[in-house]
Each structure stands twice: as structure tokens, then as C-alpha cells.
Design a protein around this ligand. Structure first.
Ligand SMILES: Nc1ncnc2c1ncn2[C@@H]1O[C@H](COP(=O)(O)OP(=O)(O)OP(=O)(O)O)[C@@H](O)[C@H]1O
Ligand SMILES: [Mg+2]
Length: 255
């Protein structure tokens, strides 16, 4: 469904992403892990068009996205959250969702809306999305007044408001409590069950191993492994990469 072919991004001498090829299948949760600075966020930035690649292509169901602008990719059904939360702090929760829903061009006609069918052509109904994200009681609260876990949920709801076919999540549980992390995991599963394909970057190993259908591992910008959660946990190259880094995911090696 979503295919990266020989994708690279170099910043001067830094090979942030270095010749990565991978395919994410329709309807799966694909976990993308790796030590700090291994190129995970850069990969999402290449998929969404925030950065132009040094080499390689990004295709969605055979459509080449590589030359498309960010808003065109949104219209094609690509949505993301940011590692550093990006919300309009002075707008309410509901207003943030409204802006997200109306801030992009009408999606292309051949992609039927899959998310909350009741929402019709313009994407999910905002009230439904608020309920889904357990933010309904906060609908008129300013985003800046939310707890960290609530902000993370609003980030994800904001991405869903554009009615995506593929959702790219960059550390959606970072800074959230254990309980909020659990709630997020349930929501991510629900999103997948509604037919949205998910790319999940996450350092919380329990979460990513628990909900991913398949996992890819980056190290120094290169893909060093790909497989099921069990295969990844048993992979010696992966263990070595984590052992060699001063990384907070060291619990991978105890998993
Ligand atoms: N805009 C940029 N300019 C220069 N170097 C960059 C830029 N963005 C990322 N890099 C570098 O590219 C490498 C990969 O960074 P990236 O943010 O993709 O890593 P990451 O896997 O998301 O790390 P983390 O787990 O810490 O979020 C790092 O060495 C980083 O310093
Ligand atoms: Mg990152």
C-alpha cells in the first residue's frame, strides 16, 4: 500500500535516512523503531513531504507522491502526528479539529471516506471524533489547558479529522502516563480496525511490540531488520543496535 523505494535524506554529511526500502500493507499497524537519531522522524517527514528526499520514491497504492506538496499528500489520505505536539493552544479542542478538517483541499473523489461513514464526504463528524478520543467533556477547553495525555489524544484526533487512509504517528505516547499510553494503544487498534493503515514510531517497547503487526528497525539511517514482533525481539542485529546505544529502550533486550 505505502511503499518506500531506496529512500534517502542527507543533511550535509549526515545520512539521516540511508537507502530505505519498505512496504506497509493495507490495514496493518507497522511499528518503526530504532535508537535515538536513527532516522525515524525523518522517514515520516519524507512520507508527508516536509522534506524532499535526496534519492528514492514514496508511493501510495501505486501513485507516486514524491513530487507532491504536503497538502496534496493530505488529500491523498496521508496524515501524521508530530513528535513535538503541534496544536493551536489558544483554540479549543473542537476548534482544533474543525481547522484540521477544513484546512485542506477536498479529497480526491476516487478515495471513498472510510472513517466514520456518517461524516460523509468531508470526513469524520467532529462530535464522533471527540467521543472516540475521550475528549468530549473537553470540547470547549483551550488546547493549552489539556494534560499531556489529552494533548497526545487531540494530536491523533486532529490527524484523523482529515479522514486519512494512512496515519503516521511519531511517538504518540511520549510524555504520557502509563494509563494514557494504554488508552492510546486501544485507540490505535480501533483506528486500524476501521481500515486505516498505521505507521507507528514509538519508544515504549511494550506498546509497540503489543500492537504492531510487523516492525521495521532503523539504525544510523539504515533498515537493519524487518519482521514480526517476536522475530524482531529475537534478532541479534537489533539487540546489538540497542545495546550499542545509550538508549532508553534498553528494555528491548529484556523483552
Ligand atoms: N533538519 C535537519 N537538519 C540536519 N540534521 C537533521 C535534521 N533532521 C534530522 N537530522 C539528523 O538526522 C538524524 C536522524 O534524525 P531523526 O530525527 O530522524 O531521528 P529519530 O530516529 O526520529 O530520533 P528520536 O528517537 O530521537 O526522535 C539525526 O542525526 C539528526 O540529528
Ligand atoms: Mg524522532
Amino acid at each position: 500500500m505505502l511503499t518506500l523505494q531506496s529512500l534517502s535524506k542527507h543533511f550535509g554529511g549526515v545520512r539521516a535516512v540511508d537507502d530505505i526500502s519498505l512496504t506497509i500493507k493495507e490495514g496493518e499497524i507497522f511499528g518503526l523503531i530504532g535508537p535515538n537519531g536513527s532516522g525515524k522522524s525523518t522517514t515520516i517527514n519524507l512520507i508527508t513531504g516536509l522534506y524532499a528526499p535526496t534519492t528514492g520514491t514514496v508511493t501510495l497504492d501505486g501513485y507516486d507522491l514524491t513530487a507532491m506538496a504536503q497538502h496534496e499528500r493530505t488529500a491523498m489520505g496521508v496524515a501524521r502526528t508530530f513528535q513535538n505536539i503541534r496544536l493551536f493552544g489558544n483554540l479549543t479542542v473542537a476548534q482544533n479539529l474543525w481547522v484540521a478538517q477544513n484546512g485542506h483541499e477536498q479529497r480526491r473523489a476516487h478515495f471513498l471516506p472510510r472513517w466514520f461513514k456518517a461524516g460523509g464526504e468531508h470526513g469524520p463528524d467532529i462530535e464522533e471524533l471527540l467521543k472516540f478520543s475521550r475528549l468530549h467533556s473537553k470540547r470547549d477547553v483551550q488546547a493549552s489547558a489539556l494534560s499531556f495525555g489529552e494533548m497526545r489524544r487531540l494530536e491523533m484526533a486532529r490527524a484523523l479529522a482529515s479522514n486519512p487512509r494512512v496515519l503516521l504517528l511519531d511517538e504518540p505516547a511520549a510524555g504520557a502516563s502509563q494509563e494514557d499510553g494504554q488508552l492510546l494503544a486501544e485507540r490505535i487498534r480501533d483506528v486500524r480496525d476501521r481500515g486505516v493503515t498505521v505507521l507507528l514510531i514509538e519508544h515504549m517497547m511494550e506498546l509497540v511490540m503489543g500492537i504492531s503487526d510487523s516492525i521495521g528497525v532503523l539504525n544510523f539511517g539504515r533498515k537493519i531488520a524487518e519482521g514480526s514482533p517476536a522475530e524482531i525481539q529475537a534478532n541479534q542485529d537489533v539487540r546489538a543496535a540497542y545495546l550499542g546505544s545509550k538508549h532508553k529502550d534498553e528494555d528491548l533486550i529484556h523483552a
